[in-house]
Design a binder for this molecule. Structure first.
Ligand code: ATP
Ligand code: MG
Length: 350
């Protein structure tokens, strides 16, 4: 798990990037995405999805990869892939992504993208992959009896996802920072060895780079601790009631020493577009019960329009599928151009 010490320089850089984007959005191209392992949750929304929508509205070009091959990194079988893929598209559109502008694609459908992985793998050592903290964390939470070889290709595959379209900006949660470092390393080493082809992309963190789930660890699709975007108001209330807090009655916002309480305060603040310190001060002596009531109300109010739109979209799977097909065609065109440049640079055009 990424520590706060590692996060703060990245958070500082993210603030600078935000200013650069405001000055000239056309310099930036985003590629980010999700694994189709289940419906998106509030950690995704406030960790990256909200940023994607915000930046798209400011005019930054947006690519979203649905990382379907990577479902197999930590699962023996990819259950319900098709339904999860369409569910992700519904989540994106309900959150405000414009499918006319964004390129939404599944990486398994883009052959030329996957071909980039071989040269990329030659640019990182096994030791570098083994000591990658994101890989270690994913292995710790793996649902497999043994760790598959695919697990160790994960960072190089992600580099292919990001670099095939020459993206230079990646809005992610803090758990993905070590992965992004590998992408930067691969881009740099490729350019050094074969000539300049790739940008060195930078991470963009949100105000909630690591939202905690109801058990006090990173909110994750696969850990049973998540409040999904499509959850009902009643489910939301039940899940927040069960959330872990601590023994101190007075509510404060101290992420370093009271992470569970701070994450709940932050969640209410994000939903209300307020500062977490102010929200904590307002709850004060009300204790955990008042905090949870406030969070529940805030989440349900903020999510209600998105939930209604998501239900409408989910009723039209044909449309959702057409969005992916269109994105796959666009991504294939792009990936073929980049693969051509890579072949040129490597001297493998015969
Ligand atoms: P899984 O449990 O299957 O790994 P996940 O919930 O971790 O699922 P991913 O698809 O791995 O979701 O992550 C997609 C993106 O969302 C990444 O950029 C990741 O950093 C971000 N993200 C995921 N969970 C959180 C969270 N709790 N807080 C902030 N960002 C998050
Ligand atoms: Mg994950």
């Amino acid at each position: 798990m990424t520590s706060t010490l590692e996060v703060s320089p990245a958070a500082r850089r993210s603030a600078e990037l935000d200013a650069e984007i405001t000055a000239d959005a056309s310099r930036f191209r985003i590629l980010t995405g999700d694994r189709p392992t289940g419906p998106l949750h509030l950690g995704h929304y406030f960790g990256t999805l909200h940023n994607r929508v915000r930046l798209q509205r400011r005019g930054v070009e947006l690519g979203l990869v649905i990382a379907d091959y990577q479902v197999l990194t930590d699962r023996d079988v990819a259950d319900d892939l098709d339904a999860h893929v369409l569910g992700l598209v519904a989540d994106y559109l309900a959150a405000g992504i414009d499918p006319q502008e964004a390129m939404i694609f599944t990486h398994s459908a883009v052959a030329a993208l996957n071909q980039l992985m071989l040269p990329f793998l030659s640019l990182v050592t096994v030791a570098e992959l083994q000591r990658n903290p994101t890989v270690k964390d994913e292995i710790a939470h793996s649902r497999q009896a043994g760790v598959s070889g695919l697990m160790f290709t994960y960072p190089a595959h992600q580099a292919a996802d990001i670099l095939f379209c020459k993206a230079n900006l990646v809005p992610v949660g803090a758990d993905q920072l070590p992965h992004l470092e590998v992408t930067r390393t691969i881009a740099r080493r490729f350019n050094d060895r074969y000539g300049p082809v790739f940008p060195e992309p930078e991470a963009l963190l949100s105000r909630a780079p690591l939202l905690l789930g109801t058990d006090g660890t990173k909110m994750s699709k696969s850990r049973g601790n998540a409040i999904t975007l499509g959850a009902t108001a009643a489910d939301t209330a039940r899940l927040i009631r069960s959330a872990k807090t601590d023994a101190q009655r007075h509510i404060t916002y101290e992420p370093g020493t009271r992470p569970e309480v701070a994450s709940l305060v932050l969640l209410a603040a994000l939903c209300e577009d307020r500062e977490p310190g102010e929200v904590a001060a307002e709850i004060g002596g009300g204790g955990a019960a008042a905090l949870k009531a406030r969070v529940t109300e805030a989440v349900n109010a903020r999510m209600a329009p998105m939930r209604a739109l998501r239900a409408e979209l989910a009723a039209d799977p044909g449309y959702l599928r057409s969005v992916v097909r269109e994105g796959n065609a666009r991504a294939t065109e792009r990936a073929e151009v980049t693969l051509g440049q890579v072949r040129e640079a490597m001297g493998t055009r015969y």
